[in-house]
Design a protein around this ligand. Structure first.
Ligand SMILES: NC(=O)c1ccc[n+]([C@@H]2O[C@H](COP(=O)([O-])OP(=O)(O)OC[C@H]3O[C@@H](n4cnc5c(N)ncnc54)[C@H](OP(=O)(O)O)[C@@H]3O)[C@@H](O)[C@H]2O)c1
Length: 314
């Protein structure tokens, strides 16, 4: 126990961080310190009951993040764009985490990032609209921009490129929808291109694998995915799992933008980026390597076998 190293886990009550806390508790060598804005909330109490140390911290409050990182060996850092839809706030939160990691002299940070798509497409590139004058894919771009904050702070960081959560089919309104003709269709603007996806629980397990292997991943960018699948392949798996035909309804990014769904502009640009830069995007997320990091890595079929009952089909 005395040799166990504390990992401060941001987002511990959420999907990515929660998976990491559970992986640490199941594994050896580390102790999870779960950060939350509200240690009295039910999810935080569950983490404490499971054996995690739970501490109060708010990413908008630098002093609280400093206190939470103090004395730790490492930290998992993540921001939640979808809570506020403000890339500038993500950047400010990442800056507070990088500063706190530097102050605490952490030996290893894993930063849950994504591509800054503006390195592939300048803002004046007309292939897709520019959003709020500064971004192509706001919920990607600020995360990628924030990489430099960890580098500037001199913090030994692993930059983790995550993938589309298959859990979005349950929680993010991206599951199959029943049309007026009564049949199920899954709408995505992915053309015939492959979408790297992952069971969100596997993100935390992979982060645990990164901390275990430690030294070799400091300063490196690592991408993870459970499988790369086309819309048609996803629909075929859904058909099998749900016992009812699911059709892939491929639409253009412009059609997707006009669907009237929340954050359609941001998401349409994201999917277009994944299509237009398919080779690089998939190559950055090697499945065999992801399985080395996390031997429990699920395929889509495997994930569906456990979760398809939670996908709404009404
Ligand atoms: N959906 C996808 O397919 C996908 C794929 C790749 C990356 N992502 C990215 O994943 C991120 C969200 O991660 P997630 O899915 O793990 O989130 P989540 O399940 O929605 O949970 C959000 C977590 O963030 C914590 N949090 C939010 N604001 C905080 C603050 N100000 N201070 C301290 N903690 C705060 C919450 O903690 P408390 O409420 O307990 O304080 C909670 O634990 C997003 O930025 C998104 O862009 C999503």
């Amino acid at each position: 126990m005395a040799d166990e190293k504390v990992i401060a886990v941001v987002g511990a009550t959420g999907a990515q961080g929660g998976g990491l806390v559970r992986a640490i508790l199941r594994g050896k060598g580390f102790i999870p310190r779960a950060l939350t804005r509200d240690p009295r909330a039910a999810k935080a109490r569950q983490l404490a009951e499971a054996g995690a140390e739970v501490v109060a911290a708010d990413l908008d409050d630098a002093a609280s993040v400093r206190r939470a990182f103090s004395g730790a060996f490492g930290a998992f850092c993540v921001t939640n764009y979808w809570e506020h839809h403000a890339p500038e706030r993500e950047l400010a939160q990442a800056a507070k985490m990088a500063a706190a990691a530097q102050h605490a002299q952490l030996q290893h940070v894993v930063w849950s990032t994504l591509e800054d798509t503006r390195h592939w497409m300048r803002l004046d590139d007309t292939r897709m609209p520019t959003i709020r004058g500064k971004y192509k894919v706001p919920h990607f771009d600020a995360k990628g921009e924030a990489n430099q904050l960890f580098l500037d702070a001199g913090v030994p960081t692993t930059f983790l490129l995550t993938s589309f959560y298959w859990d979005n089919l349950i929680h993010f309104g991206m599951g199959p929808r029943r049309g007026v003709d009564g049949t199920l269709a899954m709408t995505l603007p992915m053309d015939d291109k492959k979408l790297p996806g992952i069971a969100v629980e596997d993100i935390g397990r992979s982060v645990y694998g990164i901390f275990v292997r430690g030294e070799e991943f400091r300063g490196r960018t690592i991408g993870i995915a459970g499988e790369h699948l086309t819309g048609t392949e996803m629909a075929d798996h859904l058909t099998h799992a749900l016992g009812e035909t699911v059709r892939y309804h491929g639409v253009s990014p412009d059609e997707y933008r006009r669907l009237g769904i929340a954050s359609a502009a941001d998401l349409a640009n994201m999917f277009q980026f994944k299509c237009d830069f398919q080779d690089e995007f998939c190559a950055a997320r090697n499945v065999a390597f992801s399985r080395q990091l996390n031997p429990l890595l699920q395929t889509f079929e495997h994930w569906l076998a456990r979760n398809s009952a939670r996908i709404r089909t009404d």
